[in-house]
Design a binder for this molecule. Structure first.
Ligand code: FAD
Length: 487
């Protein structure tokens, strides 16, 4: 089992022997968020402890070194990255089984994609097909409630109070394995073997199946009803809102997402949660999550190198260091970077509409950004980062995945958050010392990429509006001068 295949659905029987490998080299190669390294090591060591004598747990520099100590035939479920997939397929004594924890199978996805011919592979079509195939939230052949999609009900602006009226999430309690992990990471860092970004603990995310089930129960019982309406909202004093915090345990393989889908559907059927919230959550799993998984393989290994908008700027230090010395003044960016620094996690909209949006506007390299997201987030894995960053957030594939770039000015952030009230910038201003970097950056982005975006009907109106801005030359000069400096 790889360290992201830790749940019971990755073994075939309760007495099957298991090989687990902890490779230090993985952490030495890249500069991970401290809490991500902690989470992965803690999950692996907890699983080894749980399996006891059934597990052969090898701690080694590299996977290859560990495998040299093991004899006999092995089998493994399909790994989740091209690099790991290539590695196991190159080993003669390893049988590679089908992937687990995603639906449908790869073959069935390719059949579906093939049947669509030249038509776009739309998430909405994929999702509706999944609802029927898995019989989730269905009444016969129709969606329950008569609608497939409750997105319109699920995009409310944040409430006026500084936190959601939703229970605080359930938090795991650290144990002696966490203590040991913390001591090891401290030692590795002291010895100069590894370098981290971000703050250390307390551990916020589940590392065992028991903890993951607890998080799921707590979410469905106490927080799912609030998930839908405020799914897209951001509040400075409420880092978690009504999100499930399940991406890390899902991506460690501790829970099969279909278990969560079932629990959420039960909550709707028993009247414990409204349909819009349940549909919104189900859509994230058998819609977005599975769709991203399949696109990762479908688009091929080279997809990660796409750069349709020719964005080549390097990520600045203040960003990669997660604003460690607190110099960023744009409040949305400083709050979101604080969230990443403190937790290695922020929810979907800060990722897409604050971090990704800023990178897109400034013309940062999609490849550097993918690597940064991968390392800095507790739930970051190659399969899920590539399509989310290259496709959804940076439009670097020229629109294979998203129908228009997710670029937005300060007005969007002002509407969907409480960040702008106390900010030193004004979201309505695009030029001058108080001009919001997002508002100015939005027009600068459109202007720089006008030729490349020609023909995209979904952005045609804004491209025309840009030509009517009297202050466009001044704005362009201002943003070119601002470039990557601290906003
Ligand atoms: P919830 O809001 O409670 O959603 C429930 C679940 O839906 C999540 O746990 C996740 O498993 C799934 N999900 C929702 N959207 C997506 C999506 N676009 N792709 C895949 N799964 C999705 N998700 C990751 O798991 N790992 C990543 O590395 C990651 N990187 C992202 C980078 C960018 C630029 C963007 C825009 C999104 C990224 N996402 C990623 C998707 C999403 O932001 C996170 O899954 C979510 O914020 C995790 O918090 P949660 O578990 O509370 O999610």
């Amino acid at each position: 089992m790889f360290a992201d295949q830790l749940g019971p659905h990755f073994v075939d029987s309760t007495d099957q022997p298991v090989l687990l490998i902890e490779s230090k080299a993985v952490f030495a190669r890249r500069r991970f968020h401290r809490q991500k390294a902690h989470l992965v090591l803690s999950a692996l060591r907890h699983r080894a402890a749980e399996l006891g004598d059934r597990a052969q747990f090898e701690r080694a520099g590299t996977y290859r070194e560990a495998l040299d100590r093991v004899s006999g035939e092995l089998s493994v479920c399909q790994p989740t990255s091209y690099a790991a997939d290539r590695f196991v397929r190159g080993l003669e004594r390893v049988e590679v089984l089908a992937a687990r924890g995603f639906t449908p199978s790869r073959g069935d996805f390719e059949d579906w994609a093939g049947r669509r011919g030249a038509k776009r592979l739309l998430m909405e079509d994929f999702y509706r097909e999944a609802r029927v195939r898995l019989d989730v939230l269905m009444e016969g052949r129709n969606p329950v409630g008569g609608r497939w999609n409750f997105d319109h009900d699920n995009r409310e602006a944040p409430p006026k109070q500084p936190t959601l009226d939703t229970a605080e999430p359930w938090w795991p309690t650290e144990d002696e394995i966490d203590e040991e992990v913390r001591a090891d990471l401290n030692r590795w860092e002291r010895d100069g073997d590894v370098r981290f970004v971000g703050a250390d603990g307390p551990r916020r995310f589940a590392v065992t199946r028991r903890e993951a089930l607890h998080v799921l129960r707590d979410f469905v019982g106490n927080r799912l009803p609030g998930f839908g309406p405020h799914e897209d909202a951001m509040l400075a004093a409420d880092d978690w809102m009504a999100h499930s915090l399940l991406s890390a345990p899902f991506n460690l393989g501790l829970l099969d997402p279909l278990e969560a889908v079932e629990r959420a559907e039960d909550a709707y059927r028993s009247g414990a949660a409204p349909l819009a919230s349940v549909e919104g959550f189900v859509r994230q799993l058998i819609g977005w999550r599975d769709y991203m998984w399949h696109l990762y393989w479908h688009f091929g290994h080279d997809y990660r190198h796409r750069n349709k908008l020719l964005a080549r700027r390097r990520l600045p230090d203040w960003f990669t260091e997660l604003d460690a010395d607190g110099t960023v003044q744009a409040r949305c960016l400083s709050e979101v970077l604080r969230g990443v620094r403190e937790h290695g996690w922020v929810h979907h909209i800060p990722r897409l509409m604050v971090l990704g949006n800023y990178a897109l506007q400034r013309g940062w390299s999609p490849q550097e950004l993918t690597d940064w997201f991968h390392r800095s987030f507790v739930d970051g894995y190659d399969w899920v980062m590539v399509a989310n960053v290259v496709g959804m957030s940076q439009y670097a594939d020229g629109g294979l995945l998203a129908t228009k770039p997710y670029a937005a000015g300060g007005a969007y952030i002002n509407k969907m958050s409480d960040f702008c009230g106390d900010c030193r910038y004004n979201p309505r201003l695009r030029v001058g010392p108080d001009a919001c970097p997002f508002t100015a950056g939005y027009w600068w982005f459109l202007d720089r990429n006008a030729d490349r975006l020609q023909g995209n009907q979904r952005i045609a109106r804004q491209l025309t509006a840009r030509t009517r801005l009297d202050d466009l030359p001044e704005l362009v000069q201002q943003e070119e001068a601002r470039g990557n400096s601290i906003p």
